[in-house]
Design a protein around this ligand. Sequence first.
Ligand SMILES: [Zn+2]
Length: 399
Amino acid sequence: MTKDLLIRNVRPLGGAPTDLFICNGRFAEGSTEHEEMRVLDAAGQIALPGLVEAHTHLDKTLIGMGWYRNEVGPTRNDRILADRKAKRALGIDARRQSARQIMQTLRFGVTHIRTHVDVDTEIGIANVNGLVATRDTFSGLVDVEIVAFPQSGMLVREGTLALMEEALKAGADIVGGIDPASIDRDPVRHLDAIFALADRYGKPIDIHLHEPGELGAFCLDLIVERTRTHALEGRVMVSHAYCLGMVEARRQAALIDALAASRIAIMTVGSPSAPVLPLRLLRQAGVVVASGSDGIQGTWEPWGSGDMLERAKFLAQRNGMTADSDLEATIDVCTFGGAAGIGLADYGLSQGCHGDLVLVGAETVAEAVALTPQNRTVIRGGRILVRDGLPSEDLPHVA
Ligand SMILES: [Zn+2]
């Protein structure tokens, strides 16, 4: 049983110094010190709720496996092929690699992760099984949601849909999808299939949609229609949705309205090489916007740390944002936006919420985004998992 924790001299979301009290794993009303309680002096650091990684690929990272010489071609299909080949050639162990990334990002304060996990006709559901094992290892420490993800295509590779169903039975939490038009070449059939699967298993949906311009917008229309007919409002996320940054203003406004009305969340990584999403317009319209690192240190991209504070900075840079209020908005995307997008309950620093937070040494939230200070302290349910950047010794051993 985790002892109650009193955090003194802490500044929630950069506000005035106060005390935070975590009792039975949740924020509670202030308490006087007693012997059975741990006390932590935050020395005026900012408290943010546990950072939310709303989109990554834990089964693909090569952390700790030596440098991968990237000779991959420029198209998405080149990358998909290289990725499948590397899985075989390098023997990427999804269980081990996912644990490595989780430990790396826990030190940054990431306490909740949604990961897409490959399901295909070569590896079957082996990676999902690996992720289910890792999820168990980190139970109560870092929450992991698993998306059954048809990275190589679904309809174009016969048998994939049945494997996705198997993945759900094996413990995957969410039905994935990918480029219904350009990869599967049949958007109606692709979307009908994944919405039917989600219906049958009572699961949410998360679709990778890279498709450009009007093609992507048309797929978004189809997703909106199906979200309504299947009554999945609030349970669908579209990842990337580059088309939102490519269509003309009136079409864009209509799409944003439709997303807001059907409560479809958008995940953007703020990629430097993809069209920029209308972050302000989406948020103003009430669309939930979440963010994630996507793949880090893998065959797709050699870089990435998984630090969601750094991700907030990338979002700001990509959107040309420098004002403090805008930097605060990017942190909101990487905390509350992510939590809403992946469906976390009782998230935040208010009384009654889960006692999950990260302490960051910065004067303001905007400074935390700009300078991404390290040596953070990470607390989950009142238990100190990382102290001044050093992981607690009783965390799971990761090879
Ligand atoms: Zn992705």
